[in-house]
Ligand binder design. Structure first.
Ligand code: ADE
Length: 250
C-alpha cells in the first residue's frame, strides 16, 4: 500500500510514522509512506503558500496552486507506477483532513485499505482555497468533533489505522479480525500471567482449556462491555435472538 501525504510539516509525519509496527512494515516493503512538502511548490521567492481570504475574515488560507502542484507530483508518481505494473489508469483517492468531513471509523478504514494508493492532504491556517479542493479531493474526513491546528495528526491516525489492516503488517491476521469494532462489538477483556495479581484471579473459564466455553465467555463479555460502554454500537450489532433475550434480562 502506498501512502502520499501532502503537508507543510513533512518531518512531523515521517517521524511519527517511522517508528514501531508501521515503521517496521515500511522497512519490510509492505507499506510506502511518502511525504510531499507543499512548500516546495510555492511559486514566489519567499516560499509562502498562504494569503488573505477574499471577503475578509480571520487568518490566512493555503493557496490553490502549491497544493495542486504537490498533488500533481504525487499523482504523477502513482500514474507511472500503475503503468509500470500494467494496472488500469485511475484517479487516486485524495483524502482531505477536515473537521467538516465524515467522521472516521473502522468501516471507513476497511474500505480505504482496499486501495493501492492513497493521497492525504493536510490543511493549515484557516483552511485551503475551495477551488483546489473541488478539483482534487475525493473524500473529506474528520477524526472527531474537535478542531486541531492542522491535518497532520489526523492523517497519521488514518495511516496507522489503515496500515494495520494491510495483510502482513500485524504478522498475525487474526488479531486484526478479533478486536474492537469487529461486528460493532468491543473486544472482551484479556489476561496474561500470573494467574493471580494483586489478589485478582484470571477468570476460571480461561484456564479451563474448554474451547467452546471460552468462545462463549468472550462473546458474552464483548456484548456486556459494548452495552455498558458503547450502547450506540450495540444497536448496529447482529445479535442472535438468544443473545438479545439474554441482554434484555440483565
Ligand atoms: N483538521 C483540524 N481538525 C481536524 C479534525 N478533527 N479532523 C480532521 N482534520 C482536522
Amino acid at each position: 500500500m502506498n501512502f502520499y501525504i501532502l503537508t507543510l510539516f513533512p518531518d512531523m509525519v515521517s517521524q511519527g510514522l517511522n517508528t514501531s509496527i508501521i515503521g517496521r512494515a515500511a522497512g519490510r516493503g509492505l507499506l510506502s509512506i511518502r511525504t510531499v512538502n507543499i512548500r516546495d511548490y510555492a511559486f514566489n521567492k519567499h516560499q509562502s503558500v498562504d494569503d488573505y481570504p477574499y471577503g475578509g475574515g480571520a487568518g490566512m488560507l493555503m493557496q490553490a496552486e502549491p497544493v495542486y502542484l504537490a498533488y500533481e507530483a504525487a499523482a504523477a508518481e502513482i500514474r507511472t507506477r500503475r503503468q509500470e505494473c500494467g494496472e488500469q489508469e485511475k484517479k487516486p483517492r485524495v483524502v482531505y483532513l477536515s473537521p467538516q468531513g465524515a467522521v472516521f471509523n473502522q468501516n471507513m478504514a476497511e474500505e480505504l485499505a482496499k486501495e493501492k494508493d492513497l493521497i492525504f492532504l493536510c490543511g493549515h491556517y484557516e483552511g485551503i482555497d475551495e477551488r483546489v479542493l473541488e478539483e482534487i479531493v475525493t473524500d473529506q474526513v474528520s477524526i472527531g468533533d474537535y478542531v486541531l491546528t492542522g491535518g497532520e495528526l489526523p492523517a497519521m491516525v488514518m495511516v496507522d489505522t489503515i496500515s494495520r489492516l494491510v495483510p502482513g503488517v500485524l504478522h498475525n491476521d487474526v488479531s486484526a479480525e478479533s478486536e474492537s469494532f469487529q461486528d460493532n462489538l468491543l473486544e472482551h477483556p484479556q489476561y496474561s500471567r500470573p494467574e493471580v495479581w494483586h489478589g485478582k484471579r484470571v477468570p476460571e473459564v480461561l484456564l479451563s482449556g474448554h474451547h467452546a466455553n471460552i468462545l462463549k465467555w468472550k462473546r458474552e463479555q464483548s456484548i456486556l462491555r459494548t452495552k455498558e460502554r458503547r450502547p450506540d454500537l450495540l444497536e448496529r450489532c447482529a445479535l442472535t435472538e438468544q443473545e438479545k433475550a439474554w441482554i434484555e434480562e440483565m
